[in-house]
Design a protein around this ligand. Sequence first.
Ligand code: SF4
Ligand code: SF4
Length: 431
Amino acid sequence: MDNYEHSVFLDVKKCIGCTTCLRHCPTQAIRIKDGKAEINQGRCIDCGECIKVCPKKAKKAVCNKLSDMDRFKWKIALPAPTLYGQFENLENADYILEGLLKLGFDDVVEVATAAEIVSAYTRLYLKGENVRKPVISSACPVVLRLISLRFPSLQDNIMPMLPPMEIAAKMARDKAKELHPELSQEEIGVCFISPCPAKASYVKNGFGTYKSKVDTVVSISDLYFELLNAMEHSENTHPLSKSGKIGIGWATSGGEATALLNDAYLAADGIENVNHILDQIENDTIPPLEFIELNACTGGCVGGALTMQNPFIAKAKLQTLRRYLPVSQNFLSKEDSKEIPEDFFFSDMPSYYPISRLSPSMSESMRMMAEIQTLRQTLPGIDCGACGAPTCRAFAEDVVKGTAELSNCPILYKEELKQYLNKKGDTDDSK
Ligand code: SF4
Ligand code: SF4
């Protein structure tokens, strides 16, 4: 098991053991024990699906509070492009950026601006030699973790470039140092306004040996009403936004891929679809493609668990906002477009314990696998979840691993009881 620090937690007091999250978790990380959900931390990818479906709001994401920024002398907000799709009648992104300044931030650096730079460098990267295709986007941290845990053979396909949030953090720190050379790096605080818990986990854990340049992560839903109150729709707003259609387009599925101006791409969203596509890349059953954009949430980041707006409505709002923007406000200069700066790359990939591995020993894994298959044949096969596992296959695995008892299956227990009573009846009759 790795030492990943998670952001999705269970409030045990609120959980009624209804099994809804159990049936929706894409990595089968949830079990119901003694009437309460339990998350297997080694399997959880912080996708937030369980937060979205829990009828009792018992699953929650632990992010920072805005007041956690008070310890810094110079506070910078990094709004995710998704934030722009959360408000009614927003015809100008500057209202949001000014609102953030009114909340106490000293500066705002848009992640959408960084996204336009990443798009430009991705176009350059795809033209390079020895690039393993299809290149898989590194923007969605859920996808990165899913690849690490379930598809380690695809790690070399991951785009080795930092995601826009990290590039924005780097830009924000450089700008702060330029404006205030007297500040130390510790006095500069960078806060990402996030649509999803996975970004908060990414900031806590980094990626491989890379450590995030972001200091705190505040959820869009936590900040929403405060920001709404601070926003002023006035004609005297300062022109702060430096993003175009491309950058803001990253909030929705397909936005990153279409910015590559290359037709050989695929964009898929929703964790089930992402799983299928990764399976197909692994099994080499997809057509030749240059680039694959994968977003764990339906619709892309607008579907994140920490947003306020229905993802489809958010997408429509973003379309309206983008209509009058230039395609991009961040093209590379002739000089910049020759080579991608070294500090735009991850230095390595993380190595995790694949969740499908049953034991560190290969022979033991094979033995356990055979036992699971045999046991699976004896189970009802209706995946009812009454045993506390999402499927009969998962239950068989739990029993073989010793984390569940066969008697937890009520159907098997009822069948065995019936057979015992029948047998007993036959014996009594023959007396
Ligand atoms: S969805 Fe999961 S966490 Fe929420 S009440 Fe049901 S079992 Fe508990
Ligand atoms: S966050 Fe996702 S992976 Fe983790 S327990 Fe919830 S549904 Fe499962």
